[in-house]
Design a protein around this ligand. Structure first.
Ligand SMILES: Nc1nc2c(c(=O)[nH]1)N[C@H]1C(S)=C(S)[C@@H](COP(=O)(O)O)O[C@H]1N2
Ligand SMILES: [Mo]
Length: 323
């Protein structure tokens, strides 16, 4: 029932719960430190919440070399803010999911590549990481809710995965899908959502140099709450396109419908390109709040990436490109 899905996520930031009542990360960490030694000191110092017996086998790959062609153009967001204020509906329809997200098991993790490809395959995440050239890029991230951050992602350009898959000429879109496990993801027990989360891009978008599969952040493996072990980063599009914890890439001739488009197509579309002049039906997109501060700054067309992506949309003026 539609009324049930109109939750906090769809409210403008200004109308949502004041941040002063949000879950207090520092308090949480203090509580843990006083309890049994479940977490290593190093993990605590890094603001991580990994159990000591759960060493990420890809840790030695980080930090990867910084690609200085991709700079954020504004100061980096505080790591604590970027890793404790999250959207990940599988773990709850609010921002404080970083603790419950630790229940996600990220090894073993298989990634399936299928559909209209010459080389369908399923490979373990660590085998995929070994094949891909990892680099670090600073990207801006703009959520449709009008908050934004600037973070150093580590990962690889999506075009390298496409080259591995060798899509056939009838492949026009790539659809990505998140894990499905309602034992560990309480949000997935809420049956009115169209799980699993999916998102898609045109092949031209997916091959754009900016389209990036992020496997780490701030020079370390991706925290679970940010979408471990791999998530999409398409910085000229609203955040809901940046699908987390991907298990499948499917190439197809037909355009997929994303999770939010299925729920509310009047408000969330396929393209979702950032544009300050096209308001969300219920709030303005003219400015954005920088995560970790109260500062609001003007939003930019294509989130500041027009030079790299505007050409993708030259012949698509009949489409709803900005929602
Ligand atoms: N599977 C999945 N991916 C998701 C979401 C989600 O709820 N589930 N939320 C999206 C939204 S709305 C945003 S803004 C970003 C947030 O990423 P972050 O928590 O790393 O900042 O993740 C995106 N990817
Ligand atoms: Mo978002």
């Amino acid at each position: 029932m539609l009324i049930k899905i109109k939750r906090e996520w769809e409210l403008p930031e200004s109308a949502a719960t004041p941040e002063s009542v949000y879950w207090n990360r520092r308090h949480f960490l203090r509580g843990l430190a006083a309890g049994p030694a479940l977490l290593g000191g190093a993990a605590l110092a890094a603001g991580k919440a990994f159990a000591a017996d759960e060493v990420d086998p890809s840790a030695a790959l980080y930090p990867a070399p910084r690609n200085t062609a991709y700079e954020g153009g504004r100061p980096l967001t505080d790591e604590e803010a970027a890793t404790t204020y999250n959207n990940f509906y599988e773990f709850g329809s609010h921002k404080q999911i970083s603790k419950v997200a630790q229940n996600l098991k990220i090894r073993p993790w298989a990634v399936t590549i299928d559909g209209a490809v010459d080389k369908p395959m399923s490979l373990a995440i660590d085998d995929l990481l070994a094949k891909m050239p990892l680099e670090e890029r600073v990207y801006r991230h703009r959520c449709v809710e009008a908050w934004a951050m600037t973070v150093p992602w580590t990962g690889f350009q999506l075009s390298h995965l496409i080259d591995l898959a060798q899509p056939r000429s009838d492949a026009k879109y790539v659809t990505m899908q998140t894990f499905l496990d309602k034992e560990i993801a309480p949000g997935q027990r809420q049956h009115w959502y169209p799980w699993p989360y999916v998102e898609g891009l045109t092949m031209a978008e997916a091959r754009n140099e900016l389209s990036f599969i992020a496997t780490g952040i701030y020079g370390r493996p991706m925290p679970k709450q940010n979408g471990a072990p791999l998530r999409l980063a398409v910085p000229w599009k609203y955040g809901f396109k940046h699908i987390k914890s991907i298990v499948r890439f499917t190439f197809s001739a037909t355009r997929p419908k994303g999770f939010w488009e299925v729920l509310q197509s009047r408000e969330y579309g396929f393209w979702a390109n950032v544009n300050p002049e096209v308001p969300h039906p219920r709030w303005s997109q003219a400015t954005e709040r920088l995560l970790g501060s109260d500062e609001r700054v003007p939003t930019q067309l294509y989130n500041g990436y027009a030079a790299q992506v505007a050409d993708l949309y030259r012949d698509l003026s009949n489409e709803r490109l900005f929602m």
